[in-house]
Ligand binder design. Structure first.
Ligand code: URA
Length: 434
């Protein structure tokens, strides 16, 4: 097959056949297609889109590009979860130990940062000693013992996604509905869980900026899951502002631990409990989502969620002393505070730009091979609707160099709008599709 013709066909808005999509995924998987042609193809898809049939073919070819995880040796109904990508979106580190502590097995393969959004694997790697590269046999043994495994995609599972994900991250081709749907659902289908909860982010800090596109993505992924016999619930949640207070790997680990200790309330906790509640419902551990949410809150109050997180660290080589001593996590040497220039209300946040400011600190990648600075990031001091006075801190930026801090601070300062009027309240949860 002439791959240049295929790029041109998509570039000009044509529909690809099942055979063409299969050839593309094969070329990505076996390494015969060069990065520049794959990247050109991804850009053509970003501009021209794919219809439902093409997206389904792409998803299934990617799901079958490697081996499929067989979790049948782990007793009970397995729950999985995936976010479409957000900023300060640390829900996995909170809900995975909480759900596992109720007896529901969670074997979750997570990803690295993508575009301006963070990734669970990068966050876990900021914990000294934590091993994310776990074999399938190891994962099954851990799940049988502790109910909880957080791991990187194995070499054999969806190799096509691994390659495409890394290229999309650095070629401006992340925010495409068919590419996101195929990336997420290929992995979830191959990862073998019975129930899948999707957190579809919507707003300025999400790849889907408005509700209709978030609903379209949610429906595409839910339909695909149902088609292959999986239970799927998609929660559409707001990314009008960073979900938590902390952005960046070390910082997000700390905030997740604080939530598990019961010290932090607010939107991050609320979304984590809602997603976790749906995981418990899909796994038939509870009869209603409300019952699931109160069970998970109980696991925070009685310390069971935090104990499960400690067990996870011990199991995968992470230093459990970080739970009591955050000084054991790396911290970048320099910091700059961003101050409000005028009095007023925090009216709007360009959350994707806040995510990009965090990349500027070194907390994410600008090129594929870039080493992350785990100690870099941003602590947000204000939320939408808060009253501010001129000279008050809006955020603190941490990075290895003063120049990086200042570049990130300048982006942040432009990303936060202060007005004399408060913004209209926006709901945290915009829709649920199941
Ligand atoms: N998460 C993924 O795994 N893939 C995407 O494309 C976006 C978020």
């Amino acid at each position: 097959m002439n791959f240049v013709d295929m790029i041109i066909k998509k570039r000009d808005g044509g529909k690809l056949s099942a055979k063409e999509i299969a050839a593309f995924v094969k070329g990505v998987t076996d390494g015969s297609l060069p990065d520049y042609q794959i990247s050109a193809f991804l850009m053509a898809v970003l501009f021209r889109g794919m219809d439902a049939e093409e997206t389904a073919h792409l998803t299934m070819e990617m799901a079958n590009s490697g081996s499929v995880f067989d979790l049948s040796a782990v007793a009970g109904k397995k729950a999985d979860k995936h976010s479409t990508g957000g900023v300060a979106d640390t829900t996995t580190l909170i809900l995975a130990p909480l759900v596992a502590s109720t007896g529901v097995p969670v074997v979750k393969m997570s990803g690295r940062g993508l575009g301006f959004s963070g990734g669970t694997i990068d966050k876990l790697e900021s914990i000294p000693g934590f091993r994310v590269n776990i074999s399938e046999q190891e994962a099954i043994a851990y799940a049988q013992k502790s109910n909880l495994v957080l791991m990187s995609q194995t070499d054999t599972l969806t190799p096509a996604d691994r390659k495409l994900y890394a290229l999309r991250d650095v070629t401006g081709t992340v925010d495409s509905l068919p590419l996101i749907a195929a990336s997420i659902m290929s992995k979830k289908i191959a990862a073998g869980a019975d129930g899948i909860v999707l957190d579809v982010k919507c707003g300025s800090g999400a790849f889907m900026k408005d509700l209709p596109s978030a609903q379209a993505l949610a429906k595409t992924m839910a339909d695909m899951g149902h088609h292959v016999g999986r239970k799927v619930t998609a929660v559409i949640s707001s990314m009008a502002q960073p979900l938590g207070q902390n952005i960046g790997n070390r910082l997000e680990v700390i905030e997740a631990i604080e939530v598990l200790k019961g010290n932090v309330k607010g939107d991050l906790l609320e979304v984590s409990l809602l997603l976790g509640g749906h995981m418990l419902l899909l796994s038939e551990r509870v009869q209603t989502v409300e019952e699931g949410i109160s069970l998970l809150q109980k696991q925070i109050d009685n310390g069971a969620g935090l104990a499960k997180f400690r067990e996870l660290l011990l199991q995968q080589g992470g230093d459990p002393a970080i739970i009591e001593d955050y000084g054991k996590l790396p911290l970048s040497a320099n910091s700059v505070t961003v101050f409000a220039k005028t009095d007023g209300y925090v009216f709007a946040m360009d959350t994707a730009s806040i995510g990009r400011a965090s990349l500027e600190t070194g907390a994410g990648r600008m090129v594929k091979e870039q080493q992350i600075d785990f100690g870099a990031g941003i602590v947000m001091k204000k939320r939408l609707g808060d009253v501010v006075t001129a000279g008050e801190p809006l955020a603190v930026v941490y990075s290895q160099t003063q120049a990086q801090c200042e570049r990130a601070a300048a982006i942040l300062s432009d990303a936060i709008t202060i007005d004399t009027q408060p913004p209209a309240p926006t709901p945290l949860v915009l829709d649920i599709i199941s």
